[in-house]
Design a protein around this ligand. Structure first.
Ligand SMILES: [Zn+2]
Length: 311
C-alpha cells in the first residue's frame, strides 16, 4: 500500500503543525461545536445543484492535493509541502491504538483522507461551493456509504490554524468510530470525540467543558440526550454533557467502563442496540448523580508551557 502513497513532502514550511501542538489548553480547549458527521451530499462530486448546463461559471474551488503524506491509515493532502517529522503526525499515528486500547475497538482498515486547507478563506470557499447547505464550521467529517469504496468514504476537511490539533483528533476519532461501528448515536459520537480530542496526558479531561459544567446549574439528563438525532439539536451544553457522560463511563469504575465497552460492541453488530440509560440503571440507582460525583473529583489539566520556537 505504501507505494500508492509515495512521500512527496520536502520539508519546507517547517514546523507548520507543531505550532499547534504546544498551545496551552485554553487555546486548544474544546469549542468544537462544528462538526457532527454529515453524510456526503449527493453533489459531492463537485457540481453544485444549481449549476446550469451551458452556463459559464468560475471553476469550483478544489480540495488540496498537490502534496500528500500517509501516516497510519490517514492520508493528508495539502497544497503546500508537509513536514513528515512533525510531532503532530506522530501523535495522530498513536490515536487509533489509543482508541483501540481504551474502547476495546478494532482500528479498522479503511483509509481516512484528510484535506488540509492552507487557510480559513480557502477552506470556507470550498465548503460553501460544494456543500452550500452546510453551515460553515471549522472542520467537517464526511462519512460515505460503507462498502461503496468511494474515495470520499471517510473524509476530513479542515484548515491550518491554532485549533488544528484538537480538531484533527476530534474528527479522526469520528472517522475511526464510523470505520468500525454500524452506527454511532449522535451524543455518543460527540462525547467520545470530545474525550479523545484531548492530548493523551490529559486522560480525556476537557478543561473547557469541565469548567462550563461546574459553573452552571448542570442537571444531567441522558434520557434527553439519547433522543437527539439532528445536528442542530446539539448545541454547546449538549456537547458538554455528552463529553461528561463518556468521561464518566470511561474513567470512573471498571464496571462503568464495561457498560460502555459492551454498548460499543453491540454497535459493531447492530445499528440499533437500544438505549444506554436503561443499562446504566440496572447497575446504579441514579446515574446522573453518580456522573456529577465523578465530575466533582476531576482535576483541571495543568497549563502547557509553550516551548521555544512555537508560533
Ligand atoms: Zn464532532
Amino acid at each position: 500500500m505504501t507505494d500508492r502513497f509515495p512521500d512527496r513532502t520536502n520539508g519546507s514550511r517547517r514546523q507548520w503543525l507543531c505550532a499547534v501542538g504546544v498551545l496551552g489548553f485554553g487555546a486548544v480547549g474544546c469549542n468544537v461545536l462544528h462538526d457532527r458527521s454529515v453524510k456526503t451530499p449527493a453533489h459531492s462530486t463537485g457540481e453544485p445543484t444549481d449549476r446550469l448546463a451551458g452556463t459559464v461559471l468560475a471553476p469550483l474551488p478544489k480540495k488540496p492535493g498537490k502534496y500528500f503524506h500517509r501516516v497510519s491509515q490517514y492520508v493528508f493532502y495539502s497544497d503546500f509541502p508537509l513536514e513528515p517529522t512533525d510531532p503532530l503526525f506522530a501523535e495522530l499515528e498513536e490515536l487509533p491504538e489509543q482508541i483501540q486500547t481504551e474502547l476495546k475497538l478494532p482500528t479498522g482498515s479503511g483509509i481516512v483522507q484528510v484535506f488540509l486547507f492552507e487557510d480559513q478563506e480557502k477552506y470556507e470557499a470550498y465548503i460553501q461551493a460544494h456543500y452550500p447547505k452546510l453551515p460553515i464550521r471549522r472542520a467537517y467529517f464526511f462519512a460515505g456509504q460503507r462498502g461503496t469504496n468511494l474515495p470520499d468514504d471517510l473524509t476530513v476537511c479542515t484548515w491550518i490554524g491554532k485549533h488544528l490539533r484538537t480538531d484533527l483528533r476530534h474528527e479522526l476519532t469520528h472517522a475511526l468510530l464510523h470505520g468500525v461501528l454500524k452506527a454511532v448515536p449522535l451524543w455518543l459520537d460527540e462525547g467520545i470525540a470530545g474525550v479523545f480530542e484531548q492530548p493523551t496526558r490529559q486522560a480525556g479531561v476537557n478543561a473547557s467543558h469541565l469548567e462550563a459544567l461546574r459553573s452552571t446549574s448542570f442537571s444531567p439528563n441522558l434520557a434527553r440526550l439519547e433522543k437527539l438525532g439532528q445536528v442542530h439539536q446539539m448545541e454547546k451544553p449538549e456537547y458538554q454533557e455528552a463529553w461528561a457522560w463518556v468521561h464518566f463511563l470511561l474513567h470512573s469504575t471498571p464496571a462503568n467502563d464495561k457498560i460502555l465497552q459492551d454498548y460499543l460492541q453491540a454497535l459493531r453488530q447492530n445499528p440499533n442496540p437500544g438505549l444506554l440509560l436503561p443499562k446504566l440503571e440496572t447497575v446504579m440507582p441514579e446515574p446522573g448523580k453518580a456522573m456529577l460525583e465523578h465530575l466533582s473529583k476531576l482535576q483541571l489539566p495543568a497549563l502547557v508551557v509553550p516551548v521555544a520556537g512555537a508560533r
